[in-house]
Write a protein that binds this ligand. Structure first.
Ligand SMILES: NC(=O)C1=CN([C@@H]2O[C@H](COP(=O)(O)OP(=O)(O)OC[C@H]3O[C@@H](n4cnc5c(N)ncnc54)[C@H](OP(=O)(O)O)[C@@H]3O)[C@@H](O)[C@H]2O)C=CC1
Ligand SMILES: O=C1Nc2ccccc2C1=O
Length: 321
C-alpha cells in the first residue's frame, strides 16, 4: 500500500515574499509571556539553533531583551548580520491613535534601536479599539515606512494582527491610506482554520501568519489529537506545526523550554546552507503529512479560540459610538 501524503518544499531557511518586496522567514520564534532575562536567553538559543525570525510586542514587556539577544548573537556569530534576522514588534491597543502611535514608535525606538538599528515589521496588535484609532495608527505607521531616512525609527514593513476582512477593508478604503498591510497575524490551528478569512487574505496578497499553532498548549492532551499521534506515529507537536507549515503560513512557535527550541525548529528539514540539506537526487528537503491525517485534522474544526479571552478578535465589531 502506498501512503498518500501532502508535501511541500519547505526548509528551515524558507522565506515568503511580502507585497512590498521584502522577504520574511517562514519559521518564527514567539516570545509571549517570557520574562525579560528568560526572553534574552531563549531568543539567543533560538538564533543559535537557526531561527531567523523573532516575534515580540510592546505588550509583552520584552522587546528590549529580544533585541539585545539579536544584537549579541550577531556580534558573536561569524557570517550572520543584522539583515539576516527578522524582528517583529506590535503596537499595543492602549497606544492606538495617530498621536499615541507616534509615541509608541518612539518607545519602540528607545527599547530596540541601540541594539538592532531598525525594525523589520510593526503590527497593529489588534482591531479592538475604534475605526478612528485603527486608521490613525496606520497613518502614523505609514509615515515611518514612507520616510526611510526618518530620525526616529526605520521601519521596513507594517501589518496587522487579529484583523477580520471588514477591518482590512475599512483600512484600505480610508482617506490617506496608501500602504497595504503586508501580513495579518491571526490565531490558526486545526480547531480554528479560518478558511474564509484566509481566502480573502490570499486574494489581497497579504501573507498569513499563524499564532498559537500549538493552541497555547491547551489541546496538547486532546484525545482526538493523541489518537492521531498514535495512529500515524507522528508526534502531536509535529502534527500541529506541519499542519500550519503545509497551509503556507508563516508560523510562530513559542516555548519557554530551552531544549524544545531545537526540537521545534528541527521539525523542518535543513536549508540549503546546510551540508545535509540535499537528498541523493540533489533535492531540497520537504515536509509532509499523510493525507488521511490531514483529512482527520480538517474534521477538528470547532471554531475554538484560545487567545483574547476565547473571543475571536477578527470577528469583532465596534460598539456604536
Ligand atoms: N498577535 C497576537 O495576538 C498573538 C500573537 N502570538 C504570538 O505567537 C507566538 C506563539 O503562540 P503562543 O500563543 O505562544 O503559543 P503556541 O501555540 O506556540 O504554544 C505554546 C505552548 O506550547 C508548549 N510547547 C511548545 N513546544 C512544545 C513541545 N515541543 N512539546 C510540548 N509542548 C510544547 C509551550 O510550553 P513550554 O513553554 O513549556 O514548552 C506552550 O505552553 C507567541 O509567543 C506570540 O509571539 C500569540 C498569541 C496572540
Ligand atoms: O502572544 C500573545 N498571546 C496572547 C494572549 C491573549 C491576548 C494577546 C496575546 C498575545 O499577543
Amino acid at each position: 500500500m502506498t501512503i498518500q501524503t501532502a508535501a511541500k518544499q519547505l526548509t528551515r531557511t524558507t522565506k515568503y515574499k511580502l507585497n512590498n518586496g521584502n522577504w520574511i522567514p517562514a519559521a518564527g520564534f514567539g516570545v509571549y509571556l517570557l520574562e525579560p532575562e528568560n526572553c534574552y536567553q531563549l531568543v539567543y538559543e533560538a538564533l543559535l539553533q537557526g531561527y531567523r525570525h523573532i516575534d515580540t510586542a510592546m505588550g509583552y514587556g520584552n522587546q528590549k531583551d529580544a533585541a539585545r539577544a539579536v544584537a549579541d548573537f550577531v556580534q558573536k556569530t561569524d557570517g550572520v548580520s543584522r539583515e539576516d534576522i527578522w524582528f517583529t514588534t506590535k503596537i499595543s491597543n492602549a497606544s492606538q491613535g495617530y498621536d499615541e502611535a507616534k509615541l509608541a514608535v518612539q518607545k519602540i525606538a528607545d527599547d530596540v534601536k541601540e541594539y538592532i538599528g531598525y525594525v523589520d515589521l510593526i503590527l497593529i496588535h489588534s482591531p479592538l479599539t475604534s475605526k478612528k484609532k485603527r486608521v490613525g495608527t496606520w497613518k502614523a505607521l505609514q509615515e515611518y515606512v514612507l520616510d526611510p531616512n526618518n530620525s526616529t525609527l526605520v521601519v521596513h514593513s507594517i501589518g496587522v494582527s487579529n484583523f477580520g476582512e471588514h477591518h482590512i477593508e475599512e483600512l484600505l478604503h480610508s482617506d490617506g491610506v496608501t500602504i497595504k498591510p503586508v501580513i495579518n497575524q491571526i490565531e490558526l490551528h486545526p480547531w480554528l482554520p479560518k478558511l474564509k478569512l484566509r481566502e480573502y487574505l490570499t486574494k489581497q496578497n497579504i501573507v498569513i501568519e499563524a499564532y498559537s499553532p500549538l493552541t497555547q498548549g491547551v489541546k496538547l492532551d486532546d484525545p482526538e489529537l493523541l489518537a492521531l499521534e498514535k495512529k500515524f506515529n507522528v508526534s502531536k507537536i509535529e502534527i500541529l506545526a506541519k499542519w500550519a507549515y503545509l497551509q503556507g503560513f508563516v508560523v510562530l512557535l513559542k516555548t519557554a523550554n530551552k531544549s524544545r527550541v531545537k526540537q521545534n525548529f528541527e521539525i523542518l528539514p535543513p536549508g540549503k546552507e546546510s551540508k545535509d540539506a540535499l537528498d541523493e537526487g540533489g533535492n531540497l528537503g520537504k515536509i509532509d503529512l499523510d493525507l488521511d491525517l490531514l483529512d482527520a485534522l480538517d474534521k477538528l474544526n470547532t471554531g475554538e479560540v484560545f487567545c483574547w479571552n476565547n473571543t475571536d478578535p477578527t470577528e469583532n465589531r465596534d460598539e456604536p459610538e
